[in-house]
Design a binder for this molecule. Structure first.
Ligand SMILES: C[S@@+](CC[C@H](N)C(=O)[O-])C[C@H]1O[C@@H](n2cnc3c(N)ncnc32)[C@H](O)[C@@H]1O
Length: 191
């Protein structure tokens, strides 16, 4: 999607507050030292990639927005990035100890989310966690525009995500909602 290229400065300025920080901090604290972590839809990297780096993780960022990745690279010049949509990005198999994706999957149509989850699952080592946010009611909706740019949102139900994750070798371990209404799915690669 190119919508984030249109609002990159606005998003960078308005990605306010610590949303996702407690969850990503807990995830990072559970990982072995020097863990390799995939940050899908990393945006500018603030604040969440920074949390991972502060915990000593080796991060690879993936994002489809050139504009946001330019800001990410200004923030974290030594962190490798891939500029591509995750649903059409073949990642190295079993290369990562964890993956996060905050505020991303719900931008993808349902079939694209399945492709994205398949790619992320293949890239994880057995036992690796995958933490992401989305909605928890099946459907597609027009959201409030961000800085005048319209965005659509697509979600599975929580049971739908559980089934989708299982189909790709991931077990859903926990869900919760933060005060901002973001629904978190903590899953783990089995096998
Ligand atoms: C709401 S922002 C979240 C950014 C970052 N995770 C954060 O916590 O601020 C959504 C991000 O997902 C990226 N994105 C949207 N669709 C994507 C796709 N198909 N593949 C990779 N990144 C995508 C956008 O460019 C944007 O950076």
């Amino acid at each position: 999607m190119h919508e984030y290229d249109l609002i990159a400065d606005w998003y960078a300025a308005h990605r306010a507050g610590p949303m996702g920080v407690p969850e990503v901090t807990a995830l990072a604290a559970s990982l072995p030292p020097g863990a390799r972590v995939l940050d899908v839809g990393c945006g500018t990297g603030l604040p969440l990639t920074r949390v991972l780096l502060e915990h000593g993780c080796h991060v690879v960022g993936v994002d489809s927005s050139r504009e946001l990745l330019a800001r990410f690279q200004a923030n974290f010049p030594h962190v490798p990035v891939v500029c591509a949509p995750i649903q059409s990005t073949a990642l190295q198999e079993r290369a990562f100890d964890a993956a996060i994706s905050w505020g991303v999957l719900f931008h993808l149509r349902h079939e694209e989310q399945e492709q994205a989850i398949a790619h992320i699952a293949r890239a994880l080592r057995p036992g690796a966690p995958f933490l992401f946010t989305s909605g928890d009611a099946h459907g597609s909706t027009e959201g409030a525009p961000m800085n005048g740019v319209p965005f659509r949102y697509h979600s599975y139900s929580a049971d739908g995500y559980r089934d989708l994750l299982r189909a790709h070798g991931l077990t859903l371990e926990a869900t919760h909602q933060d005060p901002g209404g973001n629904v978190y799915y903590l899953s783990r690669k089995t096998g």
